[in-house]
Design a protein around this ligand. Structure first.
Ligand SMILES: [Zn+2]
Length: 167
């Protein structure tokens, strides 16, 4: 008898906890859902697309760092992947800079140049500088989709995740 009472009380507590926590969970989920909806929208503006590419590369860099920190990626792999991603990001940022220059918007160039410089300066927060040999191996064996950040096999012409055409 006592057991049923305890079980019932625990059940009620559980329901109450979920009821209290649920709005918080929903609140946290909402911005992500909005971001996904925005990403899914097709856009004809190349600048917006480049900025989306840049954001997904940044996201991939963050996820890679997390994978490395929790031990899912070896340090050697991390260095190669991180260097590749930073290279991709720098390339996208340069395209953005060129596009903005073409649109005669010099005010934004300074901040972009700072971003590019920060990305190229791998020594700052990331691992040490790559040896040229390691960079060459990384570029030959690994690449990331510039559109969605998916890891790709060497020689792929299209991204297996989003179908983007690769160089
Ligand atoms: Zn892709």
């Amino acid at each position: 008898m006592t057991l049923f009472v305890i079980a019932g009380a625990l059940l009620l507590l559980g329901i109450a906890a979920v009821a209290v926590a649920w709005p918080l969970v929903q609140e946290r989920r909402a911005p992500a859902a909005v971001e996904l909806a925005e990403e899914a929208l097709p856009t004809a503006d190349p600048l917006v697309e480049l900025q989306a590419q840049r954001d997904s590369i940044y996201q991939a860099i963050r996820e890679l760092r997390f994978d490395f920190q929790v031990g899912k990626v070896s340090e050697a792999d991390y260095k190669v992947f991180d260097s590749t991603l930073r290279g991709n990001a720098a390339a996208v940022l340069q395209q953005i800079a060129l596009l903005k220059q073409a649109e005669a918007d010099p005010a934004l160039d300074a901040s972009l140049e700072a971003e590019i410089a920060a990305l190229r300066h791998v020594n700052g927060s990331g691992p040490g500088p790559m040896t040229p040999a390691a960079v060459a191996v990384g570029e030959a064996a690994l690449n990331f989709c510039p559109k969605c950040g998916q890891r790709l096999q060497a020689g792929n012409r299209f991204c297996g995740n989003c179908g983007a055409q690769l160089i």
